[in-house]
Write a protein that binds this ligand. Structure first.
Ligand code: NAD
Ligand code: TYD
Length: 364
């Protein structure tokens, strides 16, 4: 599979001293699409190449705003496929690597694709980046690589010096990819940076993760399935703050460094459900306790002092403000999520991922 879209294929190469060109992998997913919209708005001269396989989680509808922008090019393809990666990366200055299998529950029922995409896919990208002498390879990773924190010691948080201790197939695959990225810096001098971020939420979030799932279920008066006793804590960050952090690291981060990015917003499952029900004015009776996740990590939290002190980044959107924005976004974009929860979405996405040209015509 490899659909190099022809409309924007005449982008000049990086050598012509023209504007920066960035390869974004996984740009049709939740954070990747927010990042593309952020970058194209803030840096209108930059060119963006979006390489995405369009798995169930990739959605070109997220990028409607930029699909006809001559500075944007979409490439449908797999990061595990060296030829496709090379074609997409040729002429790029930077790589911002988001593509991944990203849902813990799916990694518990089917770990193999997590190893393939997250580990092998990253290695393929690194090899090509090295060969093409990419100026910066930024790897987007997660705080989940550090394992789980105790609930009874709120003063303890993860930071850049925390040893890796992943506990789910998802976090183990992301940890492996982080190690490979750092190994390419140490061994070959590839100019890399890594960010390990806490749980994001906001527009275009696929409704399998807790916040969009609870919002959509509340809209439909369906139960909000709370795992176990709802005590597991996550440190939530509004997605645009994550995009700003990656933007800063790409431009000002020190090569070879890791930056921990966090939201200063620790909430457990009950807090998340209560906040959503309150904002949406829905009954408490929608809260439903279900069987706990296997090996459920009980707490994640990030100390972001390094990126704050060195690059001046800090979260700008509070949890309360971010949740209102997010709920409003889902309220005003019902066709977006209705399409996803319909079977048709999955069929169309499968067709696009298989390279059926008719299905991607809206992006040509
Ligand atoms: P997502 O699941 O919404 O999107 C992933 C994207 O990658 C999709 O568009 C999908 O089609 C694409 N993709 C998957 N496999 C691919 C392959 N083999 N080749 C090309 N494209 C492929 O994920 P997200 O939530 O946007 O996360 C993006 C990145 O950020 C991931 O690396 C994730 O580990 C990391 N991260 C996520 C969070 C979070 O809270 N969501 C927090 C920290 C870090
Ligand atoms: P999730 O959004 O899947 O992100 P992650 O596991 O990567 O942190 O889950 C966030 C928290 O919400 C986690 O503690 C599990 C919990 N959760 C539920 O209680 N119910 C759900 O339906 C889901 C998907 C998650």
């Amino acid at each position: 599979m490899n659909i190099l879209q022809t409309a924007n294929s005449k982008l000049p190469t990086a050598n012509s001293k023209l504007p920066t060109r960035i390869l974004v992998t996984g740009g049709a997913g939740f954070i990747g699409s927010n990042f593309i919209l952020h970058m194209m708005d803030k840096y209108p001269d930059y060119e963006i190449v979006n390489l995405d396989k369009l798995t169930y989680a990739g959605n070109l509808a997220n990028l409607k705003e930029v699909e006809n922008n001559p500075k944007y090019r979409f490439v449908a393809g797999d990061i595990c496929d060296e030829k496709t990666v090379r074609e997409a990366m040729e002429g790029c200055d930077f790589v911002a690597h988001f593509a991944a299998e990203s849902h813990v529950d799916r990694s518990i029922t089917g770990p193999a694709i997590f190893v393939k995409t997250n580990v092998i896919g990253t290695q393929v990208l690194l090899d090509v980046a090295r060969d093409l002498k990419i100026k910066r390879f930024h790897h987007v990773s997660t705080d989940e690589v550090f394992g789980a924190l105790p609930l009874d010691r709120p003063e303890v948080k993860f930071d850049e010096l925390t040893p890796y201790s992943p506990r789910s197939p998802y976090s183990a695959s992301k940890a492996s990819s982080d190690h490979l990225v750092r190994a390419y810096f140490e061994t070959y001098g590839l100019p890399i940076t890594i960010s390990n971020c806490t749980n994001n939420y906001g527009p275009f979030h696929f409704p399998e993760k807790v916040i969009p799932l609870f919002i959509i279920n509340a809209f439909r008066d369906l139960p909000l399935p709370i795992y176990g006793a709802g005590k597991a804590v996550r440190d939530y960050l509004f997605v645009t703050d994550h995009c700003l952090a990656i933007d800063l690291i790409l431009h000002k981060g020190k090569v070879g460094e890791t930056y921990c990015v966090g939201g200063d917003s620790e909430k457990n499952g009950l807090d998340v459900a209560d906040t959503i029900l309150k904002i949406m004015d829905k009954p408490q009776s929608l809260k439903t306790f279900v069987e706990d996740r296997k090996g459920h990590d009980m707490r994640y939290a990030i100390d972001h002092a390094k990126i704050t002190n060195e690059l001046g980044w800090k979260p700008t959107v509070s949890f309360e403000e971010g949740m209102i924005k997010t709920i409003n976004w889902y309220r005003h974009n019902e066709p977006w999520w209705q399409a996803i929860i319909s079977k048709e979405y999955l069929d169309t996405n499968r067709a696009k991922a298989n390279g059926q040209q008719s299905a991607v015509s809206s992006q040509q």
